[in-house]
Design a protein around this ligand. Sequence first.
Ligand code: FAD
Length: 352
Amino acid sequence: METNYLIIGQGLAGTLLAHELMKANESFVVIDKFNESTSTKVAAGMFNPISGKRMVKSWNADALLADTFKAYTELEKLLNCKLLFKQNIYQLFGSVKEQNDLSSRMDNEDFSQHVNLFPNKEPNLNDAFGAFEIKETGWVYTRALIEKMRELLLSNNCLLDQDFDYQNLQQLTDGWQYNDIKAKYVVFCQGYKNKDNPYFNYLPFVLCKGEVFTINCSGLTKDKMIKKGIYLVNLYDDVYKVGATYEWNDLTENTSEQGKTFLEEKLNDFLKVPYEVLKHEANIRPTTKDRKAIIGEHPKHKNMFVLNGLGTKGVMHAPYLAKQLLDLINKNLAVDKEISINRFDKLIIHQN
Ligand SMILES: Cc1cc2nc3c(=O)[nH]c(=O)nc-3n(C[C@H](O)[C@H](O)[C@H](O)COP(=O)(O)OP(=O)(O)OC[C@H]3O[C@@H](n4cnc5c(N)ncnc54)[C@H](O)[C@@H]3O)c2cc1C
């Protein structure tokens, strides 16, 4: 079988890339081993242009946000299901200092346009220090996205549910051979499993495990996401996703007692109403040393590419990254230097 693109992995990275290829009428095959738990499937799917402890506008936020709204709206139409939920974040202050820090930054219009200092009070939350809202935020139902796209790809005969075996990949003068598939380009979109990839395992990932709960809780807002150290996102009815932990040492996919205690303590700190934990899940974020994504061509193997390092913000980055990668491949347009694989070229000297 001949195809233009062979994509390994159908998480957010592989899915958004497949979507761009469909729009461009390009042929592709995706190889993805079904896994009940992946980073994309357990994620709450939040996007937020203002982030981090210092609450600064993140890298390239306006462009990323524009692509986020566009891509997931298109995907909703393609997959015929609701995926994109535009909702403000109702964020509780943790101290008077936090209040003062935020107020002092409201002179900066680039920042203040995203903030509402006087939201309506939420009755069932402990808000001793008050709250504010962040605008132009929301969440994407990532599990539904992956599942629906998988169904579509299977029905179009362009997804193979199997483990990719590196031993069977051979370089040709004009592309790659993988078993009976001849592809012009191979693109690895493997999330944290990039660690097992003999071609790209030189890239400096600093992986980060995250644990989340799904809870049932009544009496909370369903129109906004709630945040104080952790977040609550209303999935449906009275069911909320709650997360997340950040753990750099235990990189198993198992849930932990420590993660459970952390989430429970945070919930008990600001919820005035009881809740029931329905599910506890864990997975690994593909975070990198400099916290930026990584896209581009392998420095030694022509026509082999990577789209990875989506980190803690995969939802907001994946659409932009998929477009940049295809512009590189098809139009030879340079990738933004902050996310280019070239920044790690000196690390590859030991690979054959
Ligand atoms: C607890 C938690 C909460 C999060 N919350 C958010 C959030 O609110 N907002 C946000 O933007 N991001 C969030 N993230 C991060 C987000 O999940 C990731 O950035 C993103 O989903 C990574 O997508 P990916 O496609 O790179 O990887 P993955 O989702 O891991 O997908 C990779 C796919 O490749 C497949 N694969 C890999 N190797 C092979 C192989 N050899 N053969 C076959 N298949 C293979 C895997 O099975 C998988 O299906 C969260 C992550 C976690 C863990």
